[in-house]
Design a protein around this ligand. Structure first.
Ligand code: ATP
Length: 295
């Protein structure tokens, strides 16, 4: 199987009639193995809906295959073969860590208790700790250790570090990359913390009001998008070349282009590498904000 996830003309709608809402709007993409993919989008962009559909929690129209299976009709089979942490993940507060490990061993044939114990040694969570005695960051680490001890090819994480401080977020991603990603497995992570995960990602998918506005590897991003910083005297010429976004970069005017700007414009500035945040702003900002940002 070359693709772990395949979607064709896939949409998700909530409600009926005048109350109908399209959360995911006719998207098509493939997710291959061995990738670390960031699913980015503002609040309400459709990230959670898409992830829920991938694990068969909600239905959509069009085609969606995960590990070659239909998530709605083959859900039990699918959940045995993939790992998922929802945005509302909770662990039973009354349980002790070693009890959770025993519980998981009974529930998930691909779960390795030994592996979970090894992963937990990276954290400050002890086997006899009760969940209710752990901080939010420790619970998230515990959750990741339990999920990463399941031997699967695909992990889906919906805003896994929401509400955690910067150190906890860092250690969460370190454990994920060091201990789970192996070049064959793929992880799909939704987040708003775009700056923080940029260096971890191999690919990025951006949703804007349910539409997939970008699906690209970081290497392709570097070659396709061009940012130019320039003097204010060049502003009109730069604007005439229709950049995606005009903004400021280290105190200088800057513009972001999809593709190389015309040579006479390129000459007016210095090319630099646009960050993922710049690109995210350019591709997902509401038009009214775009025009306000004009400098
Ligand atoms: N159960 C539901 N019933 C009706 N509308 C819903 C439901 N769940 C989500 N929506 C709507 O679908 C759209 C997409 O929501 P979704 O939660 O998928 O976005 P998101 O990108 O995950 O947002 P956030 O970053 O805020 O979690 C939003 O407009 C939301 O209001």
């Amino acid at each position: 199987m070359s693709n772990l996830i395949e979607a064709r003309d896939f949409s998700i709608r909530y409600g009926m009639g005048s109350k109908a809402k399209t959360a995911v709007d006719n998207i098509t993409f493939n997710i291959p193995k061995g990738r670390v993919i960031g699913l980015l989008g503002h609040n309400g962009a459709g990230k959670t809906s898409l992830m829920k559909a991938m694990v068969g929690l909600i239905a959509g129209s069009g085609e969606l295959k995960v590990l070659g299976l239909d998530p709605r009709n083959q859900r039990n089979e699918l959940l045995q073969s993939m790992s998922y942490i929802p945005d509302v993940a909770v662990l039973p507060r009354w349980a002790r860590v070693d009890e959770l490990i025993t519980l998981m061993s009974g529930l998930q044939p691909r779960f390795s208790a030994e592996r979970a114990r090894v992963l937990l040694q990276r954290t400050s969570v002890g086997p006899r700790d009760k969940v209710k005695s752990l901080s939010k960051g420790m619970v998230t680490q515990l959750h990741l250790a339990l999920i990463a001890a399941i031997d699967t090819k695909l992990m889906i994480l919906d805003e896994p570090t929401l509400g955690l401080d910067v150190m906890s977020r860092k250690s969460f991603y370190e454990m994920l990359i060091d201990e789970w990603c192996d070049g064959e497995r793929t992880v799909l992570i939704s987040t708003h913390q775009v700056e923080e995960i940029e260096t971890l990602l191999s690919d990025v998918m951006m949703l804007d009001e349910g539409k997939l506005v970008l699906n690209i590897s970081l290497e392709e991003m570097d070659t396709r998008f061009v940012a130019l910083s320039h003097d204010s005297a060049a502003a009109d010429a730069v604007a005439d070349a229709h950049p995606l976004l005009r903004y400021r970069q280290q105190g200088r005017a800057a513009a972001l282009f999809d593709g190389a700007p015309p040579a006479h414009v390129a000459e007016l500035g210095q090319r630099f590498r646009p960050s993922l945040v710049d690109l995210f702003m350019a591709l997902t900002r509401k038009p009214e904000l775009q025009s306000r940002s004009t400098i």
